[in-house]
Design a protein around this ligand. Structure first.
Ligand SMILES: [Zn+2]
Length: 429
């Protein structure tokens, strides 16, 4: 009995040693540095959206996915392309109940360059009273993709003015919403409107590793590859916001995990590796991504943000945002038992980190979606500065954290554990 037991232990130890060697061959500090150095180089000029700089980063990530041997998201491309629009008003005029409307009291949300609308156009009339929550009602109407005439109480002048000025990037509106700022009831009306519409292309980079048996169940590993671009020079004359930690570090992890799981060839669930665009400017990338499939099929999302520095507990440890919202954290902890790695609940709850990255987009759809990070959010010196460069990061610890993420996901990737869903109603908007 004892003999057999010790034999069993020996086999187990040998197995574990072999596993450690094999994972270290794929996930190690040299590989971290190779990818991190490329993504955070001055040549990428801070990877700002709507610039050719971020396109170079996208091309690099796509090439890495290809090299890893994972499948492209679309035919032969790893690029998930979409477009935002930015509208600027040119002219607005019209009448309401026989009275001429002032130009500043007309606003339009539409992707059309010209719009001419009157009571015969079939637009549904909705009144926004002084007591109504204007943005919530507007959001709901936009969601329906219908055509509306909104009669907005002058109490909402401020938000109305912001909408009227346009100039923000937005998903192309499918319906047309004409807004009139007035305290009159809408009767007869006729409104003419002109605007310019700029189409602004964006892209996520996405690769897929189909599951062996549970193909319809997805596990997502993600980060964001956009950053802040080029700004004012600091005292040292550096104007490039390299975003080495934010979030070239997360993308480095995503690429290395793609490579790791592709080599393991044992994932029962389908793994999706996503590098999101436009996280820093409204989460448009993850929003578009989340609309391309049924969120009920996503069993878990590991979003990875800023893992380049030591956590407040030192090396080999990280934290999980929104820990209490699902039991995913407990599953990860269980898988990490005895490995020397520790994941903790987010120690900075007042910073609302759960809502400040791309995981929130998926969590709002019920997905157990958390961000894993090591960032000391109360004291991270180089956060959103020109000094967020590779020299401030710890390659060895980063490799350790990426390894920990891989190991922590084992039972989920294998289809053995399924985290509880996020209660959507409990989340902030
Ligand atoms: Zn970030």
């Amino acid at each position: 009995m004892i003999k057999r037991f010790s034999y069993f232990i020996l086999v187990l130890l040998a197995k574990q040693a072999a596993f450690c060697q094999s994972i270290d061959k794929i996930i190690n500090a040299q590989e971290v540095e190779r990818i991190e150095r490329t993504l955070s180089s001055d040549d990428m000029r801070g990877r700002k959206i709507f610039t050719p700089d971020i396109d170079r980063a996208a091309a690099f990530i796509a090439a890495e996915f290809k090299k890893a041997g994972i499948q492209p998201v679309k035919e032969n491309s790893y690029l998930q392309e979409f477009a935002m629009v930015r509208t600027t008003p040119v002219s607005a005029s019209g009448k309401l109940n026989g009275k001429t409307l002032a130009e500043k009291d007309i606003a339009v949300i539409s992707a059309k360059e010209e719009l001419s609308v009157n009571q015969a156009s079939g637009y549904k009339q909705v009144v926004i009273h002084a007591r109504d929550t204007f943005p919530v009602m507007l959001g709901r109407l936009q969601h329906t993709d219908g055509n509306y005439l909104l009669v907005v109480d002058t109490a909402h002048r401020q938000l109305f003015e912001r909408i009227r000025r346009g100039g923000r990037s937005q998903f192309s509106p499918k319906g047309n919403i004409v807004l009139v700022l007035t305290n009159e009831e809408a009767g007869e009306y006729a409104i003419q409107y002109k605007q310019t519409v700029a189409v602004m292309p964006l892209k996520n980079v996405v690769g897929i590793l189909p599951g062996r048996s549970k193909k319809e169940e997805y596990v997502i590993f993600s980060g964001h590859y956009d950053h802040l671009g080029v700004g004012q020079a600091n005292a040292a004359g550096d104007s490039i916001y390299n975003g080495a930690n934010d979030d070239a570090a997360g993308i480095t992890a995503v690429i290395m995990l793609a490579n790791y799981f592709a080599k393991q060839k044992n994932n029962e669930r389908t793994l999706i590796f996503a590098a999101f665009t436009a996280e820093e400017s409204g989460g448009f990338g993850s929003t578009y991504f989340s609309q391309q499939f049924n969120p009920d099929q996503v069993m878990a999302m590991f979003n990875i943000e800023m893992i380049g520095t030591e956590s407040k507990w030192g090396t080999n440890s990280a934290f999980i945002t929104g820990y209490e919202k699902t039991d995913m954290g407990k599953i990860l902890e269980k898988n990490l038992k005895g490995t020397g790695f520790t994941f903790y609940p987010d120690p900075y709850p007042s910073q609302q980190l759960f809502y400040r990255s791309d995981n929130a987009t998926l969590a709002r759809l019920g997905v157990p979606a958390h961000t894993i990070s090591t960032s000391k959010m109360d004291s991270e010196k180089y956060y959103h500065t020109q000094e967020d460069e590779i020299e401030t990061l710890d390659m060895k610890n980063m490799a350790a954290i990426i390894k920990a993420i891989a190991i922590s996901s084992t039972s989920i990737v294998a289809g053995k554990d399924t985290p509880t869903r996020v209660a959507r109603e409990s989340l902030k908007r």
